[in-house]
Write a protein of this length. Sequence first.
Length: 752
Amino acid sequence: MGKKCNFVVKINQNIMSAKLIFTREERLETFRTVKHLRKLLGGSISADDERKLHHHLSTALADDHIHRDAFGLNPVVLAFQTAVIATEEIGLKRDGVLAILLRTSVVNGFCTTEEVASQYGESVAHIIRGIVRIEELYKKNPVIESENFRNLLLSFAEDMRVILIMIADRVNLMRQIRDTDNLPAKQRVSEEASYLYAPLAHKLGLYKLKSELEDLSLKYLEHDAYYHIKEKLNETKKSRDAYIERFIQPISQRLEAAGIKFHMKGRTKSIHSIWQKMKKQKCAFEGVYDLFAIRIIIDCPPEREKMQCWQAYSIVTDMYQPNPKRLRDWLSVPKSNGYESLHITVLGPEQKWVEVQIRTERMDDIAERGLAAHWRYKGVKGAEGGLDDWLTSIRQALEAGDDLQVMDTFKMDLYEDEVFVFTPRGDLLKFPKGATVLDFAYHIHSKVGNQCTGARINNKVVTLRHTLQSGDQVEIITSSTQKPKQDWLNVVKTSRAKAKIRLALKETQIKDGLYAKETLQRRLKNRKIELDESTMNHAIKKLGFKATSDFYKQLAEGSLDVNTVIEKYIEIRDQELNPAAQQPTQSASEFEFENPDEEIGRNNDDVLIIDRNLKGVDYQLAKCCHPIYGDQVFGFVTVNGGIKIHRTDCPNAPELRKRFGYRVVRAKWSGKGSSQYPITLRVIGNDDIGIVNNITSIIAKEEKIAMRSIGIDSNDGLFSGTLTVMLDDTSRLEALIKKLRTVKGVKQVSRL
């Protein structure tokens, strides 16, 4: 023991002669703290550890590697004070304490983690590496008040002792900066304590430290409010204690008479909790009625728990009027995190509302140890997945009082399905594991994603396929010549990015298709060939394309030669203009049955002439394809003898021909259309101001066209709408579609 005391004396002698000058108070504080720390650690730190630590600190001080911080505080004294908190309040032992005491030397470059590992073991070096990693996160200027940043810290630390040390360090710093003159730094530290470290302590079940952090942050940030509440509590403490005694005395007598083994305690709310309640309820201190709660803790075997809790509840509510709206029965149906208790608010003596919590020793033990203990209680949300179970194991290890060697096995796998990355501004975004730079780009904006060529991560240029890692700071690189590609759908991980890529590809296909169509029309015009749509559609089918969009896509990509298309077009046109021209006779065996689906009503040469004066035939226009005058149509005989008129390109046409070919009849329109038909158009375009008004004004100016309905849906800068109009034939429809396509911002107009 004498040898250990000698260690303290040596530290203080070296402190006096070092460049960092210790005040008399600092020397006394160091002596007291080291003595207390040794008592807390017992034999977990050896004499050899102390000898090496003494030499290390002496050398670091002598070489001027340790300096006062922004508050003028001595880092050596702070380190020993933090070590006491981490040991006494949290339960850390040798490795955690050594990491706290050596951390400053590593950060200041006096020694490396490799040297720490060789001198004190890999476990100590591992903790320091985690602390350094987290300090590097701060250099990225994160928005640390977000839940994402708290989750990132938990996932980034790897070793939970890193988070515990950070909490202990912040508690100690908050204690020491009471009288500092550096007010901006004091405010920043207090804000971080409030929205970062207090919630972390809460998640870990370190309720005492959590309340201290909250109260101190309120004291520094809301000085007047803190002292106002504190003075009010001091003024009312005597009367409050007397009231609690009056409240519980008759209950105790009734519980004892009922043969229930129990103990009761009163708990006053923290100053921070009272302040939050005052703000939430917008009331003065006197308006907060539940300044304290009474807890009845019953000692009974498991099989009698519910019965005795409800028995106690009955006794309390018989004596005091309950508020049924404030009953919380987590006894019959425990909370999802395992929390069990009965909460009831009753009207006590002097017409004051009092919250009473009824639970057994087992329930109270579980709650106090952190299995439930408000992790998802009173607005503090835990992360998804295994966070609660994992933190429970941590908390139980702390409270078991062991040396926490088990902490070495706690690797952060609870966020294995998530990564947290920074924007250049410090905003923190969450992505699924495996997400890429392209996912990040599309999360920012569709245009950024469409033009993404790669990214700069931690000042290193990477491709758009690069997989994101937690802690990355990502800056997207774009190019105006970049366009979305089909294989990008295999690069991204998020459904949001996939949807945006599909939309971009569709828009590109439409744009390229229009360009290809314009190119074809220009080439025909140059050769003085008049374009006929029906002849071109015939040529497209002869070239082997089922869909016109596929034809124009290949034309745009260059895989189909424009000259080939023109030659086929001329061939079809000449055949239609001179049907008598005969080709050399060929054997029937050389022919194949081509496009059987087009042989509508091949067993019946009669043609149904559609006219509104048609008599003796019951016919209707099919609702599946809405044919109008001018459409290529056919008739289908229904089971009741009527006829439904379908367009030849109706989605149902192939199935009708295949299964019921004998019921298909030829049909065509008679004369000029004299009726109006409802037609629905889909319009897609940029969500610009006034574009819808421009569309509707065009329709309003058209003769013999009436608007029936319009529906618009906007998303990510684009709108998609449906227009239902009444018109009399396809020529008027085609003219309308052509005009709508000229509206600035409209990308696509199609008939449904």
